[in-house]
Design a protein around this ligand. Structure first.
Ligand SMILES: Nc1nc2c(ncn2[C@@H]2O[C@H](COP(=O)(O)OP(=O)(O)OP(=O)(O)O)[C@@H](O)[C@H]2O)c(=O)[nH]1
Ligand SMILES: [Mg+2]
Length: 258
């Protein structure tokens, strides 16, 4: 781990949440996600930022527009310019206006009722990244497939060794961040490997990362965008990020020469 004891970004107290919901084929699971978020975190959510792309289906788009038309949802839609899931998240990070931002999915694989626990912790530890873990003692997988669970276990242990961390789940893309942190990091990934990058770079910057246990259950509708080929990109991200010079982890401020 690099010694960057003094963070170069301001740490604010918790004052409101931006929740990012990427949508491609989700319909009823998107509706349910918005309903649970509103019911469990109504007062803490400043905005739900839905990110859609050219591949977002007309049925999903109609659900997003219906949700946006209800002012009580505090929901707006952004059509991404960068490609893929990483591109969607990176643009949403730049647009987020809450003091903290949650990265999750709209397929109900990221249990929306957990956001409440994220927020409670963020109020106590506003500078920390808070991440859901399926490998924590009270967490688990249901319907993930034996081979996939085994490969995931190997990958988690490799990550722990390489990054000298006790974190148990680096690959699950369900996290809360201080917004200032995600705006200063130099992000690179455009596909699902971006989800891994979002914990590796904070770890290398010396940011505290806390875990909340969760159980993963597979989506019941819509189609995964995460192919085997995309999953193989996680290995490159794991290795390349570990050996990045510290200065390359942060964006070069506008006007500064590199
Ligand atoms: N806007 C946008 N959303 C995306 C894109 N790719 C995936 N998503 C959404 O991001 C969420 C997570 O994507 P999934 O493809 O389900 O990936 P995953 O859950 O990591 O992988 P599985 O375990 O195979 O489901 C889902 O809600 C997707 O609809 C994209 O290119 N653009
Ligand atoms: Mg999924």
């Amino acid at each position: 781990m690099r010694d960057l004891a003094t963070p170069t970004f301001p740490i604010r107290s918790f004052s409101g949440l931006t929740v990012i919901l990427p949508v491609v084929t989700e319909t009823s699971s998107f509706d349910e996600t918005v309903r649970v978020l509103r019911e469990t975190n109504g007062d803490d959510i400043l905005e739900i930022l839905v990110v859609v792309c050219d591949r977002t289906t007309p049925e999903s788009m109609a659900r997003c527009e219906a949700a946006a038309s209800d002012p009580g949802n505090r929901l707006r839609i952004h059509h991404q310019g960068l490609p893929f899931l990483g591109g969607a998240m990176r643009e949403a990070f730049d647009l987020a206006s809450g003091s903290h931002v949650v990265m999750m999915a709209s397929d109900l694989e990221t249990d929306p009722s957990l956001v409440q626990a994220f927020v409670e912790l963020a109020k106590e530890k506003p500078a920390a990244v808070i991440t859901a873990s399926r490998w924590a003692a009270a967490g688990g997988f249901s319907g993930y497939g034996g081979v996939r669970v085994a490969l995931n276990w190997v990958f988690q242990h490799l990550t722990s060794l390489l990054y000298r961390t006790q974190l148990t789940d680096a690959t699950f893309g369900y996290r809360l961040f201080p917004t200032e942190l995600v705006k200063v990091i130099q992000w690179e990934g455009l596909r699902h490997e971006f989800l891994l990058e979002t914990v590796l770079k904070p770890l290398l910057l010396g940011v505290e990362v806390l875990e909340v246990p969760t159980t993963w259950t597979p989506r019941s509708e819509g189609v995964s965008q995460n192919s085997l080929k995309t999953q193989s990109r996680y290995i490159g991200t794991l290795l390349r990020t570990r050996f990045k010079p510290a200065a390359a982890l942060l964006k070069v401020p506008a006007g500064a020469s590199s």
